[in-house]
Design a binder for this molecule. Structure first.
Ligand code: PMP
Length: 296
């Protein structure tokens, strides 16, 4: 028969997806007002769950949103959602919405926050062929907003900036977009942080980005391997002239970039440092270090 319906946690209940409901007047729907986290589980272990919860609570604090559950309750909801869907390898998303108040207006006073958690079999953000051969990337005209506009450190539900960049890349026939800040420095990609390798040193942007959990993992894997890593201001020139460029994210792992704005990066193939770090990352996922067991 057909596979069972996914189970979704919504505002206190675990229900089949077709019965999962929030108000159409939730401020998350009206204004993108809310925050979220995306984590993955591998072999029944949620990778870096504590780091995701840390970041969620920083996002919540930054937008003055008090969640209706404690940190350990939220952790429990993530684990239980994965369990109820019978998943060993999962993509799991935890969303806190501003919720609903008396009036569907911008003022969030009196809103009662909502919680949604869903899990899917592990999703790959990019086409597997492109992951093997490397992504072709285009710099978007759409810029990442500075912290004074909407701080990119906040993992808010307002992702339109990144969606627009992605549409630009797609319209141009590229696999992915690259976003610069308003000064023209390299920031990140829609859902990914960016790394450049040159002369054996690794560099990654430090400002106006989401501080990715995979980015942190990559930096510590590199340092453990004795490779110098710098978080600093990076220009497009630094990417164009790099030996290797790669993206990374929870939902995609490490992805090689072989072309940016029509320029071949390095020899046009996934590089050696990339492969070393990707293998290290996959090993870390597989061993379950830095993770929380779903069945614990
Ligand atoms: N930047 C942005 C804008 C993102 O949405 C994501 C995905 N969460 C990332 C970077 C990568 O972060 P992480 O490694 O925590 O998934």
């Amino acid at each position: 028969g057909s596979p069972p319906e996914p189970i979704i946690f919504v505002n206190g209940d675990y229900v089949p997806q077709s019965q999962a409901r929030i108000s159409v007047l939730d401020h998350a729907v009206l204004y993108g007002d809310g925050v979220f986290e995306t984590a993955v589980a591998w072999n029944g272990v949620v990778f870096e769950l504590e780091a995701h919860l840390d970041r969620l609570f920083r996002s919540l604090a930054a937008i003055c949103l008090d969640p209706p559950y404690t940190r350990s309750e939220l952790a429990g909801i993530v684990l239980e959602t994965i369990r109820r869907n019978g998943l060993e390898n999962a993509y799991v998303k935890l969303i806190v919405t501003r919720g609903v108040n008396d009036q569907p207006l911008l003022d969030p006073t009196g809103c009662v926050p909502g919680i949604i958690c869903f899990a899917r079999p592990y999703l790959y953000m990019a086409n597997p062929d492109r992951v093997r051969d490397g992504l072709r990337v285009k710099t978007a005209a759409t810029r990442r907003p500075p912290a004074q506009v909407l701080d990119p450190h906040i993992k808010s539900l307002n992702y339109l900036n990144l969606v627009l960049a992605k549409l630009e890349a797609r319209a141009a026939g590229a696999d992915e977009a690259l976003l610069l800040d308003i000064h023209g420095h390299v920031c990140e990609a829609p859902g990914y942080n960016v790394f450049a390798v040159r002369d054996g040193r690794i560099r990654t942007p430090w400002q106006d980005i989401l501080e990715g959990i995979t980015r942190n993992t990559v930096m510590s894997l590199a340092r453990d391997a004795g490779i110098e890593v710098l978080a600093e201001t990076i220009e497009l020139y630094d990417l164009y002239t790099a030996n290797e460029v790669f993206f990374c994210s929870t939902a995609g792992g490490l992805l090689p970039v072989v072309e940016i704005d029509g320029r071949r990066i390095g020899d046009g193939h996934p590089g050696r440092v990339f492969s070393q770090l990707r293998d290290g990352y996959q090993r870390l996922l597989a061993t379950g270090d830095n993770g929380t067991r779903v069945d614990a």
